[in-house]
Design a protein around this ligand. Structure first.
Ligand code: GAP
Length: 437
């Protein structure tokens, strides 16, 4: 049932232009996905919601956009060169590689060819993608595609303190691509090799870290609820000693109940002074903060909030997908919150005559002029047009009918309640704006 639901979601995403397999015409690239016309809008809306709440609405968080390629010493200092590994085994029969800790592997049977006890010893496999900088491909020129955005923030800590004149406690936030050569990717966009993170590192005085950790846990859960997600499918998962990353003193995941089970889509970590101390050690540059009022000197502790953008987008899609009966007919609906929906309104002329197409075009243009993404659809029966928009997640459908030509009013149909209201064409833009902003 779970795979059935995921299959339906994957196929809807392709059909409606949310997500396509990367390089599909060549047979696809493993676990890399492209966002289509609706997908890119949804992703942008999600990132905008995060940026607004984490940066624009706060005076204690600054934004940053650091480069993907960083000095290779960064990754030695951060511990990723030595420690960012998964244990891996080879099957002697079919030659496939697997994570050694997969439940299937622990039973001793190869999940691909079925061979028993034919695995190599486990080896550590580094998940960072390597490439070369400059024209010579030699070890001295190796650089990595960043596996997390966080390090771009740590190495810029002093720059931001000076330029933005921020005082601890304060944070630095950024959204950007990260890359991991995952051995067992899968579940659509859940675990991919190229993905985006929306991360914020909040620098605090050591000793204040536990209090700030609790603050950010609550704040981040509140953010996800504000996206209109089903609260009963959200929960915290505390990390046990064996789950903690090498840099973390304590950590909580925010999990969602996907069709394939409860899984993490955001991590809240107390990274202590690990990263800044290591960068001080490896770069030789001071990373301490001097409190301007007390003159105290210390390396701040860091509370990190790390949201996977693609994974959260999968949460939004999975949470929104539903199939239901309406007047004896089955309909598929993406009930995405109007704030996040890629297209906010669709305008339908009831028939292609009596001036209705012209009025519909005028209303569609008025919505677009107000920066409200809308779509004009004059093809097929009204019922079919509704179904298409329901599947695409469009919250409001506006119909121009015979009465419109007489009194300049239109009907607006709500995707979720199916209620219809009649409003004057003049008030349409304001009516929609009030519900999608
Ligand atoms: N800076 C901390 C950090 O990177 P993480 O728990 O490894 O922590 C944070 O990653 C978030 O990034 C995860 O909760 C997940 O949403 C996302 N993420 C990590 N690996 C991913 C992958 N291979 N594909 C998609 N999203 C991923």
């Amino acid at each position: 049932m779970a795979s059935d639901l995921m299959d339906k979601l994957v196929s809807l995403c392709k059909r409606r232009g949310y997500i396509f397999q990367s390089s599909e015409i060549y047979g696809g690239t493993g676990s890399v996905w492209d966002y289509g016309p609706l997908g890119v809008e949804l992703k942008r809306n999600l990132k905008d919601a995060w940026w607004r709440r984490m940066v624009r609405m706060r005076d204690d968080v600054e934004g940053l956009d650091a480069a993907i390629l960083m000095h290779p010493r960064t990754w030695e200092a951060s511990g990723h060169v030595d420690g960012f590994t998964d244990p891996l085994v080879d099957c002697f029969e079919c030659g496939r590689r697997f994570r050694a800790d997969l439940p299937e592997i622990l039973t001793g049977q190869c999940p691909v060819c079925g061979a028993r006890d034919s695995f190599s010893e486990a080896r550590q496999f580094n998940l960072m993608f390597k490439t070369f900088m400059g024209p010579v491909e030699e070890d001295a020129n190796v650089v990595y595609l960043r596996p997390e955005t966080a390090q771009g923030i740590f190495v810029n800590f002093q720059n931001v303190v000076t330029a933005a004149r921020q005082r601890v406690p304060f944070g630095i936030a950024q959204i950007g691509k990260a890359f991991r050569n995952e051995i067992t990717p899968g579940n659509f966009i859940f675990r991919t090799r190229e993905f985006e993170q929306a991360e914020m590192q909040f620098f605090v005085r050591p000793g204040d870290d536990d209090e700030w950790f609790e603050h950010w846990k609550a704040e981040r859960m509140d953010f996800h609820r504000s996206l209109g997600l089903d609260a009963s499918k959200l929960r915290f998962h505390p990390h046990g000693e064996d789950e903690l990353a090498h840099y973390a003193k304590s950590a909580f995941d925010i999990e969602y109940e996907f069709p394939f089970g409860w899984k993490e889509f955001e991590g809240i970590h107390n990274r202590t002074d690990f990263d800044l101390s290591r960068h001080e050690e490896y770069s030789g540059k001071r990373m301490e903060y001097i409190d301007p009022t007390t003159n105290d000197r210390y390396i701040p502790y860091v509370i990190e909030t790390s949201m996977g953008v693609d994974r959260t987008l999968l949460v939004v899609l999975a949470d929104a997908y539903r199939e239901e009966q309406v007047e004896g007919e089955e309909r598929v609906v993406l009930g995405i919150s109007p704030k996040l929906a890629p297209v906010k309104a669709a305008v339908f002329p009831l028939v292609k005559k009596d001036g209705m197409p012209e009025i519909a075009e005028r209303l569609n243009a008025a919505l677009r002029d107000a920066a409200i993404p809308s779509f004009l659809d004059a093809a097929g029966s009204i019922g079919r047009r509704y179904r298409r928009q329901d599947e695409a997640g469009t919250p409001f459908c506006i119909t121009v009918d015979g009465q419109t030509t007489e009194d300049d009013t239109v009907t607006i149909r709500d995707r979720d309640t199916l209620e219809q209201v009649r409003v004057s064409a003049d008030s349409l833009v304001g009516w929609i704006r009030d519900r999608v902003a």
